[in-house]
Every structure is written in structure tokens, then in C-alpha cells.
Design a protein around this ligand. Structure first.
Ligand code: ACM
Ligand code: ZN
Length: 668
């Protein structure tokens, strides 16, 4: 076979063996490998046939080391939205998109034909070994909505890191970024008409009136995005074909807003004894008419910043106790003939959905908001609580985004030994990949209502695990999600996906192997989860000397203090820890130890323990001296003498819970 070398220059290579798979993720619809490889010209000639593609030409200019590429909207109008045709031939590369997003998607496939270094930001002269396979790819997504949600309320994520994440998900043809901007633990978006939302609501811990539930208690912590910063992120995402969907979680999950503007709460004085004096209410009053004027201003300002037609209004996990205790809400129930206070949520949601519509937006909600069936069927519903909940809303006729906890909550652990939550089980990579609406019993009618899938990262654990936590939880699970959204189950194979993810593919003709997808992630600088964590070998050698345990608090029957003294598990008290509360371990005999780890709160979650306090040690059983301070609900002692007793004295009035958990000591 004889090829013209063309503009790709002197190194066009004439191999007759078919190109081995290039480890493309997500798997395209159709790939026809041609014969041979094309060496790149060592400079870029990038041409866009339509003015609106200029941002993509600029992007590609900074992204590839060489080659002649045409970007066009011609020649793909027969494909579904997001579809593209990519042709790599000796004379040039053509990326023809059905639409802007289609061209973006084609560019991302093109980049996967390059060596992994293309992602490390070095766009210098290509080496002689730098070749592209001759290929024609025709491709389009199975699902219109392929999303990632990031909670920036529980852990604030600076603008630059949000943009980096958007870049990394867009490289996987993810086209929606759902930005969870307000929750109990923080309000993260500047609202000019209600400045206290961020002046007060964006900060917690230390002297902030917003108390922490997770993480640091004695340090003031937080942040928010100005409206200009939001615009900047939205524009950055738009270049990458990513629609940014804002979420303001209403009417529950609103403690930060309620601390900034307490008048939004129901009109009664709550009993604060269980919470050490803190007002923990977090639900907007349904009956207070002024609330809707305030929400109109908030929604108007947020709506103006986001070109997305969708505005997520929350609607999950509403604590209806406040409504039941509120004279105004009770009067509203009587007036409307409602007997179940939970149905006040339908009234509230209908009001805010109408406000969003007035500002040009279709509403989105979490699945509980649709449980009563009373909200408009034009509302997109995120089915999160379970697969069953997602099926229910889809069967009920709502456009549905599936983010069911047991498949797509990436704050769940990836193995029993990993960090993360567990309420929806262990969410392994293979579990994510196994999602298939047909195989999992979505009816044909329900499947027709599916908009797509979304990975969800709630972010309690970000503070304690640092900025790498987001990468660790999301990757490579996002790679599996990307393929679930892109390729129908009939075209997917776990074994093949795992191979493309982890193994290089040999390329004939003496050229470098095609990289594994994990190599691409590494080149992108993503701190992905590479393997299951190994157990701490020291844990097997823990000492368990005889000890008694007492406290100023009492334990509930199911979780007695004998667990702590027996080293068999955690004890749980009947109330929050308060100032001056103490926990006391007294050893039968003084204990010689190189290290003693003290932990309060949940085992794998920085929550429900003693947030601020001192750790005292006694060597004789009667006099105590301060040896450490509680930090992140824990402390470590390295005693230089045998220890007779250890006492924690709380300096914290409240821990954000109605209980306190105490773990057994770990003594080495
Ligand atoms: C949620 O996880 N509460 C939507
Ligand atoms: Zn009320």
C-alpha cells in the first residue's frame, strides 16, 4: 500500500498491520482502523470552519504538539447531539461535530490517540516516535446527561480547583457540572441583595456563629465565590462543552442561611437543651410570605450567572419537625386542608419552582421533593436515595438523573479499608461500571424518562483528607461513569474496560505502546486511587491491658462503655459532649506503651466526638497533667513512663450531634 505523505510530513509510516486498540475511554460507537500511522508535523495548523468553534481551536492550539486539524460543524448533522466524526488521515485530521459539544468530544478522542504526555502540558516538538493511527471514528453519547456533582458547602473548594476538576471531567466527555453551592455547613455564592449569606454563612468554626459539624472546631474556616468568579468558572466550563448547573438546597439543609438571616425560620422558640443552647433548625418556614420575596432575589441573582436552563432547588432530607411546631405553618396546613406536614414541602417547592420559572429556569430537585407527586412533570428529578427511588421517579414520569447512592455516590468507600461513607454500601469501580437501566429493572417507560447519570461527591471528609481527597474519590470511578453514560450496556464489557484502564496496548511497527488510561490520568496530574489501601500492620499487635472506663456522660444501652474497656468497639453516649465533660480510662496496672492513640467520634468519619479539649495523663492515678490536645477528634500520646490513667476534658460546648462516640484506645 502506498500513501502520499502529505502535510504530515516525511515520517508517515506505512505499516500494514491494523492498529491495536488505543485504550479509548469512553468506548466509541464505531472505530475503523485504517492502515498505518501518521507522523505529525512539528507545528500546529488548526482551522475552524465556524466562528463559534474558535475557543476550541484555541484550546487545541495549547493542547497538542503538532498536526494539521480541521474543526467543523459540517458533515455530522446526521448524528445525535454530542456526536462527532473523527478522521485521521495522512493529509489532515478532521473533527466534525454535530454541535459544539460534539466537536469537543471529538477533540478528546483525538487526544487519546496521542501518547499520555499530551496531558502533561508539554506541547513542544513531537518526537520521531510520535504518531497517530489512521482511523475513522463515528461516535455519539447514549445518554444526554453525564454529570459530576461537587459539594463545596461542607468543604469549600477554591475556584482554581473547581476549574481543574471541570477540565478533568470534560476530558472524559462529562458534559454537566452540578455545583452544590449552599448547605447547612456553608453558603458559597455571593448574593448582593443578602450579603450576610456569605459574610456569615461562608465561614464556620472558631468565632463564627456557624458551628462545624465536620472537621475543625477551633479554627475559622471557609470561603465563597464572588459573582465574577462564578462567571469565570462558567465560561471556562463552556469552552469545554460543560454546562454548569447551580444548586441552592431548599427548604432544608439551610442552617448557614438561617444563621445569617434567622427570620427565615419558623416562628417559635425551640427547646435547646439537647444541643447545649445551639439553634440547630435548618428549614425555611413555608408560611412566612417574606421568605418568597427573599428567595426571589436570591434565585434571580443566581439564575443570571448561569446560562444553564436548569436550576437545582434541592428539596432533600427536610426536617419537618419545625413546621409541625410552627403556628404559622400549622395555620397554613389548616387553610389548605393538609394533615401531613411533609406535604408543606409540595407548597414550598411549587413556589420556588415558579420563581425559578419566572427567571427563565426549569427546576431540578432531589427525589424526596417529587415523592408527593405534586410537582410539575417538567421538573428534572435527581434519584439519589437508592436505585429504587430513582426507578420510582422515572416511572412517575419525571425526567430523571440517576445518582443512586449504591452506584454513584462517590463519597462512599471504594473498599472496606478505604476512607469514605458506607450508608449506601461499598461503591467499587466495578459496581459503578455495572449500572445498566435495562438490566436493573427500569421499565421501558421509565428508561424513556432517563436523562442520564451523575457522580455525586458530598464532601464531609475533604477537610480531614486534604485537597487530594476529591481526586481519590472521583478517579477512576468517573472514568467508569463516563463510559456508563456514553456507551449502552450492550456495548460495554467490564473486562475490556478494566484492560483499557490499566494495561498498555502494543502498537505494531516498533512504536510506543498506546498508554493505559491510568497513565493518562497520571499525566493529567490526577491523584487517582491506584489500589486498595494495605492494612496497618501495627494494628494486629495492639496491647489490651485491663482498664476501666467512666465518664461524666452516660452510655446508651445498645452501646455501653464496656465496649471501650473491652477493646471490642465504640461506646455511644445519650447526648452531645459539653464543656467540662470528661472521659476517664484507669488501667489496673501502669501500662508501658510506645504510643497510645485516642479517638472519639465515628471510626471513619470525623464527626460525633470531642472536638476541642485537653488530654491529661496520670502516672500515679491521682495527679493529672495535660499531655496533648484533641485535634480532629483525636490525640496521640507517646509516654516516656508507665501510664496509670488517661482523661479527656472537653472544652467544647457542643459537637453538632445528640450523642458522643468513644473508640477503644489503640495501645502499642
Ligand atoms: C443528598 O444526598 N442529601 C441529596
Ligand atoms: Zn413555619
Amino acid at each position: 500500500m502506498n500513501r502520499t505523505l502529505g502535510i504530515f510530513g516525511a515520517l508517515a509510516l506505512l505499516c500494514t498491520a491494523p492498529a491495536a486498540a488505543q485504550n479509548l475511554i469512553p468506548q466509541p460507537v464505531s472505530v475503523e482502523w485504517g492502515e498505518g500511522f501518521v507522523a505529525l508535523i512539528p507545528y500546529r495548523v488548526i482551522e475552524a470552519t465556524h466562528g463559534e468553534l474558535a475557543p476550541l481551536a484555541d484550546y487545541l492550539e495549547g493542547a497538542i504538539p503538532g498536526g494539521r486539524v480541521r474543526l467543523t460543524l459540517d458533515g455530522a448533522s446526521d448524528l445525535p447531539a454530542g456526536g462527532y466524526r473523527l478522521t485521521v488521515a495522512p493529509e489532515r485530521v478532521v473533527v466534525a461535530g454535530r454541535d459544539y459539544g460534539g466537536v469537543w468530544n471529538g477533540i478528546q478522542t483525538l487526544m487519546q490517540l496521542f501518547p499520555a504526555e499530551v496531558y502533561s502540558g508539554s506541547t513542544g516538538t513531537p518526537s520521531a516516535q510520535f504518531t497517530l493511527p489512521v482511523v475513522t471514528i463515528e461516535d455519539w453519547p447514549a445518554m444526554e446527561y453525564r454529570g459530576v456533582m461537587l459539594d463545596v458547602a461542607r468543604t469549600f473548594v477554591p475556584k482554581e480547583q473547581v476549574m481543574r476538576l471541570i477540565d478533568n471531567i470534560a476530558r472524559h466527555k462529562i458534559n454537566k457540572f452540578h455545583w452544590h453551592l449552599a448547605d447547612d455547613e456553608g453558603w458559597r455564592i455571593e448574593i448582593k441583595s443578602y450579603p450576610r449569606l456569605t459574610e456569615i454563612g461562608a465561614w464556620r468554626g472558631g468565632d463564627s456563629p456557624v458551628f462545624p459539624v465536620y472537621g475543625e472546631w477551633d479554627t475559622k474556616y471557609g470561603g465563597f465565590y464572588t459573582q465574577d468568579e462564578i462567571r469565570e468558572v462558567v465560561a471556562y466550563a463552556a469552552v469545554r462543552g460543560v454546562e454548569v448547573i447551580p444548586e441552592i438546597d431548599l427548604p432544608g439543609h439551610s442552617r448557614a442561611a438561617a444563621i445569617a438571616y434567622p427570620e427565615i425560620l419558623c416562628g417559635y422558640t425551640p427547646d435547646l437543651t439537647a444541643s447545649g443552647g445551639y439553634d440547630t433548625r435548618n428549614v425555611w418556614c413555608v408560611a412566612r410570605e417574606e421568605n418568597y420575596a427573599m428567595l426571589d432575589s436570591i434565585i434571580r441573582e443566581v439564575a443570571a450567572l448561569f446560562p444553564s436552563k436548569t436550576f437545582h432547588l434541592g428539596g432533600d432530607e427536610v426536617e419537618t419537625g419545625a413546621w409541625r411546631a410552627c403556628p404559622h405553618c400549622k395555620a397554613l396546613m389548616a387553610e389548605r386542608g393538609i394533615t401531613d406536614a411533609a406535604r408543606l414541602q409540595d407548597i414550598f417547592m411549587a413556589r420556588v419552582i415558579e420563581i425559578a420559572a419566572r427567571h427563565g429556569k426549569n427546576a431540578g430537585v432531589w427525589n424526596e421533593a417529587a415523592a408527593g407527586g405534586g410537582i410539575a412533570r417538567s421538573t428534572t428529578v435527581w434519584g439519589w436515595e437508592s436505585l429504587a427511588a430513582a426507578k420510582r421517579v422515572a416511572a412517575d414520569g419525571y425526567p430523571t438523573v440517576v445518582c443512586a447512592g449504591e452506584y454513584f455516590y462517590f463519597d462512599m468507600r471504594q473498599s472496606p479499608r478505604d476512607i469514605g461513607h458506607i450508608w449506601a454500601g461499598i461503591v467499587t469501580l466495578e459496581k459503578v461500571y455495572s449500572f445498566s437501566p435495562a438490566a436493573l429493572g427500569f421499565t421501558t417507560a421509565a428508561q424513556a424518562n432517563l436523562r442520564g447519570v451523575e457522580a455525586t461527591l458530598f464532601h464531609e471528609l475533604g477537610l480531614e483528607n486534604g485537597p487530594g481527597y476529591v481526586d481519590y474519590q472521583l478517579f477512576p470511578r468517573v472514568c467508569a461513569l463516563a463510559e456508563v453514560g456514553w456507551a449502552p450496556a450492550t456495548r460495554r464489557s467490564w473486562d475490556d474496560f478494566e484492560r483499557r484502564l490499566t494495561q498498555r496496548s502494543p502498537r505494531p511497527g516498533g512504536f510506543d505502546d498506546a498508554p493505559s488510561h491510568l497513565e493518562r490520568l497520571a499525566a493529567m496530574g490526577i491523584a487517582y486511587r491506584a489500589a486498595e489501601p494495605v492494612p496497618d500492620p501495627g494494628l494486629a499487635r495492639l496491647k489490651t491491658p485491663a482498664v476501666s472506663f467512666t465518664s461524666s456522660m452516660t452510655a446508651r444501652e445498645r452501646d455501653p462503655f464496656s465496649r471501650v474497656s473491652g477493646y471490642s468497639g465504640a461506646a455511644r453516649t445519650t447526648r452531645s459532649v459539653g464543656e467540662g465533660d470528661w472521659l476517664l480510662w484507669t488501667f489496673a496496672e501502669p501500662v508501658t506503651a510506645s504510643r497510645i492513640d485516642i479517638k472519639t467520634g465515628y471510626d471513619h468519619l470525623q464527626r460525633g466526638g470531642v472536638p476541642v479539649g485537653r488530654v491529661e495523663v496520670s502516672y500515679d492515678g491521682s495527679t493529672f497533667e495535660t499531655a496533648a490536645r484533641m485535634h480532629d477528634l483525636k490525640a496521640t500520646l507517646t509516654p516516656d513512663r508507665p501510664v496509670k490513667a488517661i482523661r479527656i476534658v472537653s472544652e467544647s460546648p457542643y459537637n453538632g450531634e445528640t450523642f458522643t462516640i468513644i473508640q477503644p484506645l489503640k495501645i502499642r
